[in-house]
Design a protein around this ligand. Structure first.
Ligand code: NIG
Ligand code: FE
Length: 445
């Protein structure tokens, strides 16, 4: 691959500016048409996108052998058999020809649930947990989320920003081109805003910012309800006014926030224009998913403890079920009922839940592998969950997750067969990653 790995000679385009989450991310698009030829196997994910990410089979992956992809200004123009590249593209003097060297090409992966911005780590606590202490016991003693809160409060914005950039680069190296990032370790207005500001100006991936102030009760408040009132009255209006977040999340769980107070809080968030998502039914069946369904949450995440009636309600809704099996591995708990959700017709997404406590890993291949091993998801289901499903979970489905004309030219060159995806717990086969038509990672450089 001869394309230089730098972003400097690029221009913003009006098309890119209309992208919904461009308030802080720099959208840099290439303005030269490119024809990527000699693709061994192309996965457009077109069929999966048309099926809304539901009941995915191999036939929905849009598999094409000996294919080509044409893109310009950061967007896909055409895909199809190499022999049928339209003449107008081939004739274009401006078109640059790229050689995929027989590799597999698939849409950039979408990582739809991370706690990306934090300081410190919880390695010592991990050992305590392995000796038998529960997540809730550790939290009750001021460990857990509150321990990360202390480190995050005392970290500078510059420090949080530089670690966020490194973590985005780590995702990028694995073929991820869209990343969700939550706050939730500041737990006061200044520190939460600092976390969200650490995400400003990040390049090389679409970034969706989620306010998770309602993650745990900070020591300054005596009740969870009081803290939620502070968040609703003082923090949410400021975030809305300054456009510092796209969505609002809450951790509904015993010992954390309970669903009736959460309902009032989330309604306020919706009234201010935020999309809502919920950490729901992770440790106990505590009403989070029911509330999410009632309030049209974009996604409910974790879902380990949901029962059959909730599975049916999710399947009949437009909500995406976000499953986080790396957290379940670290928590040594059950996995969510993925098969029931999928067979019922729900749209499923997968994500790392990257955070210092319950999922200290950014390994997306491991997440898909666990989905196959522990949740009995098929490989096509896993690929769709990490592209189309996750794009829906971020409401980016009109822009990313599949490679149909008009969508972002975000894609991965994978130096192996598609059957080798989510097989090794390693992204070593990621050769090159394109984001909005430009290479942002190349294994050989
Ligand atoms: O998604 N469940 C709540 N929040 C995180 C864990 C955060 C932490 O322990 O720092 C999760 O698992
Ligand atoms: Fe989480």
């Amino acid at each position: 691959f001869s394309v230089p790995l730098q972003l400097s000679k690029t221009k913003r385009t009006s098309e890119a500016r209309s992208f919904p989450f461009d308030s802080m991310t720099k959208f840099l698009c290439d303005t030269n048409m490119k024809i990527l030829k000699n693709i061994g196997t192309l996965l457009t994910m077109d069929g999966a996108a048309k099926k809304d990410g539901r009941r995915i089979k191999e036939a929905d992956l849009g598999l094409q052998e000996k294919a080509a992809l044409v893109f310009d200004r950061g967007s896909i123009l055409w895909s199809g058999p190499q022999k049928k590249i339209p003449r107008e593209f081939l004739k274009s003097a401006k078109a640059k020809h790229l050689d995929a060297k027989g590799m597999t090409v698939l849409p950039g992966l979408v990582e739809c649930h991370t706690h990306l911005v934090y300081a410190g780590n919880r390695a010592d606590e991990f050992e305590v947990k392995l000796q038998g202490a529960t997540y809730q016991e550790i939290a009750a003693k001021g460990g857990g989320i509150l321990s990360t809160m202390k480190h995050t409060r005392s970290a500078s914005l510059a420090k949080l920003k530089s670690s966020a950039v490194l973590r985005i680069k780590e995702f990028s190296r694995q073929g991820v081109t869209s990343v969700e990032a939550k706050s939730g370790y500041g737990l006061d207005i200044a520190s939460e805003i600092k976390q969200l500001k650490a995400l400003e100006g990040i390049r090389g991936a679409h970034v969706v910012r989620t306010f998770l102030g309602a993650h745990a009760k900070p020591p300054e408040f005596s009740t969870h309800e009081e803290y939620l009132i502070y968040l609703a009255d003082k923090v949410l209006p400021r975030l809305a006014k300054q456009k510092l977040a796209d969505r609002v999340d809450i951790f509904i769980e015993k010992g954390f926030f309970e669903s009736s107070a959460a309902s009032v809080y989330l309604k306020k968030a919706k009234a201010l224009g935020f999309d809502i998502v919920i950490h729901a039914d992770q440790l106990s069946l505590s009403g989070g998913t029911s509330l999410g369904l009632e309030l049209n949450a974009v996604s409910c995440d974790h879902l380990i403890k949901i029962d059959d009636s909730i599975v049916r309600r999710i399947a009949g809704s437009d909500m995406t079920a976000v499953l986080l099996p790396a957290a379940d591995l670290y928590m040594r708990c059950d996995y969510p009922p993925a098969r029931k959700l999928i067979e019922g017709g729900a749209r499923v997404a997968l994500a790392t839940d990257f955070n210092p406590g319950t999922s200290p890993t950014q390994n997306v291949q491991l997440v898909g592998l666990l989905a196959r091993l522990e949740m009995k998801m098929s490989l096509p289901e896993v690929i769709s969950a990490y592209t189309v499903g996750a794009a829906h979970a971020l409401k980016l489905e009109n822009h990313v997750g599949s490679l149909s004309p008009g969508k972002k030219a975000d894609f991965v060159l994978w130096d192996g067969e598609w059957s080798e995806l989510f097989y090794e717990a390693s992204s070593a086969k990621v050769d090159t990653v394109f984001y909005e038509g430009l290479p942002v990672y190349n294994a050989k450089q």
